[in-house]
Design a protein around this ligand. Structure first.
Ligand SMILES: [Zn+2]
Length: 127
């Protein structure tokens, strides 16, 4: 490899790290074997970013009940549970905070109602 090329690569790798570059090469080899083009990968990332943005905007409409996931710091949505057959959890919880990050999906169940949780969140009290 030419010294000039090697120097260029070094500069490009510095902000992402060598380990990430190795992961990326493995990923790109796999994508090529699966006949997935760079253009298709970019389209996937753009579509995924747009769908995640929609979810965040949805929560921004209720800033007072916004809570960040303790596992991954993504926003969490607050939903009632055990109010119908389809929402049974097998315990006596009344509400759940669910992480919107699809790779995390952390859930925190409460024995308090959504109204009580919202009041505590507004007062910055423990739920
Ligand atoms: Zn999370």
């Amino acid at each position: 490899m030419r010294k000039k090329t090697e120097a260029k690569i070094k500069v490009m790798v510095e902000p992402i790290g060598f380990g990430f570059l190795q992961t990326m090469i493995t990923f790109l080899k796999e994508a090529k074997a699966s006949r997935i083009s760079t253009r298709q990968l970019i389209a996937y990332v753009e579509a995924e970013k747009a769908s995640r943005q929609e979810k965040v905007v949805g929560i921004k409409g209720h800033p007072k009940e916004l809570m960040r996931c303790p596992e991954c710091d993504a926003p969490m949505s607050l939903q009632p549970v055990n109010f119908s057959k389809g929402s049974r959890t097998g315990d006596k919880s009344k509400a759940v905070h669910s992480c919107i990050n699809e790779d995390c999906r952390n859930q925190i169940f409460y024995n308090k109602t959504i109204k009580e949780i919202k009041i505590n969140l507004r007062k910055h009290k423990e739920i």
